[in-house]
Design a protein around this ligand. Structure first.
Ligand SMILES: *Cc1c(COP(=O)(O)O)cnc(C)c1O
Length: 377
């Protein structure tokens, strides 16, 4: 099928929500994706930091096959073991006290907002300028930017924004009405914005001092993306609430919050599909493979290699682990140039975002760097 025809089908039948890149993908394996004409691409964005194990990882495929033969869904009227096993594993690896599973990232943020309101009795939440926390109305209220917000105003009241990476501004904005502060350890959608080394530590100190909850949104930075299992581990701190999704399911839709603050009461929160056995079994496998194959170490190693090589090319590149941003004149144009060379990346305005699967090897990194050279980023 040719791309023009696919574009016409989308225009006629699909909501006009995405500004797609001109590739129709049919299948993938490991680090590679293939389009309708069987053209092969190196995947350097992992479905927006999601496909941590690459495509169709044999352990993931096996888990889906085996779990789907026994049980996919029963709702939360009953106990199911994969949900509780995943919760135990998440508690163990994060060091927080309890877990709640969600269907995706924005729902993790919604849950965090409700829990922050419930456990503090307060309503005000402070987010950062240029933050991205999702698109449902609650999460959107904490997301920065006219393009996301303006058509949908009014949003949830009492949400306010302060400058990212500015502890003094945050300190001034906390009041006795503040329930929580929500922060991305590295701002992803904003274009891989990395704060100063001591920023998170200072935010933790301040939120503790002022007795407000710290919600970390690690939906993009979690599960090895930044060269630690969780980005907060670079700072030696712990949040009160941790939002997770993207890399958790390795491509299967699932999210979670972990929390050490007070809990909900029965009936206050829930969802039909939440924590279904199939998604939970897959997430458990993904975490186990990340640990067994030492992919967090690989993220740190290949990330440093890529960053060093990009900087040696005099590119304005920044990153932590396999979360890398490269400044360019026009993000979309550079991404289109790379597509012509068989490389898939994504962009935020003037930044090309490089977020490859954690299974990346040096030969893939070199293939990417070769393409960077030949398009002259
Ligand atoms: C992607 C993302 C979200 C939203 O997650 P969805 O699963 O797309 O709803 C929230 N916060 C951050 C930091 C993200 O990167």
């Amino acid at each position: 099928m040719d791309l023009k025809k696919i574009e016409r089908i989308e225009e006629k039948y699909y909501a006009n929500t995405f500004s797609r890149l001109p590739v129709a993908i049919t299948h993938g394996k490991g680090m590679y994706l293939y389009d309708v004409n069987n053209k092969k691409y190196l995947d350097m964005f992992a479905g927006i930091a999601v496909n941590s194990l690459g495509h169709c990882h044999p352990e993931v495929v096996k888990t889906i096959r085996e779990q789907s033969k026994i049980l996919m869904h029963t709702s939360n009227w009953f106990y199911t073991l994969p949900q509780l096993e995943l919760a135990q594993l998440l508690v163990k690896i994060t060091g927080l006290k309890k877990a709640f599973i969600t269907n995706d990232g924005t729902e993790a943020v919604e849950t965090a907002i409700k829990l922050a309101r419930k456990t503090t009795g307060k309503r005000e939440i402070i987010a950062m300028k240029n933050a991205f926390h999702g698109r449902t109305l609650g999460a959107l209220s904490l997301t920065w930017g006219e393009k996301y917000r303006k058509p949908f105003l009014p949003l949830v009241p009492k949400m306010k924004f302060v400058e990212y990476n500015d502890v003094d501004a945050l300190e001034k904005s906390i009041t006795d009405k503040t329930a929580a502060v929500i922060v991305e350890p590295i701002q992803g959608e904003a274009g891989v914005i990395i704060p100063d080394n001591n920023y998170l530590k200072e935010v933790r100190r301040l939120t503790e001092e002022r007795e407000v909850l710290l919600i970390l949104d690690e939906i993009q930075t979690g599960f090895g993306r930044t060269g630690k299992l969780f980005a907060f581990q670079h700072s030696g701190i712990k949040p009160d609430i941790l939002c997770l999704a993207k890399g958790l399911g390795g491509g299967f839709p699932i999210g979670a919050i972990l929390f050490s603050c007070k809990d909900f009461e029965a009936g206050e929160h829930g969802g039909t599909f939440i924590g279904n056995p199939l998604a939970c079994a897959v997430a458990k496998t993904v975490i186990q493979v990340i640990m067994e194959k030492k992919l967090v170490k690989n993220s740190e190693k290949l990330g440093s290699y890529l960053l060093k090589e990009l900087r040696e090319r005099n590119l304005n590149a920044r990153g932590e682990g396999l979360m890398i941003g490269i400044d360019v004149k026009d993000g979309r144009k550079s991404v289109l140039d790379l597509i012509r060379k068989g490389i898939l990346t994504i962009y935020s305005e003037n930044t090309v975002r490089v977020l490859p699967p954690l299974i990346i090897e040096k030969k893939h990194a070199d293939q990417f760097l070769g393409a960077v050279d030949s398009v002259g980023l």
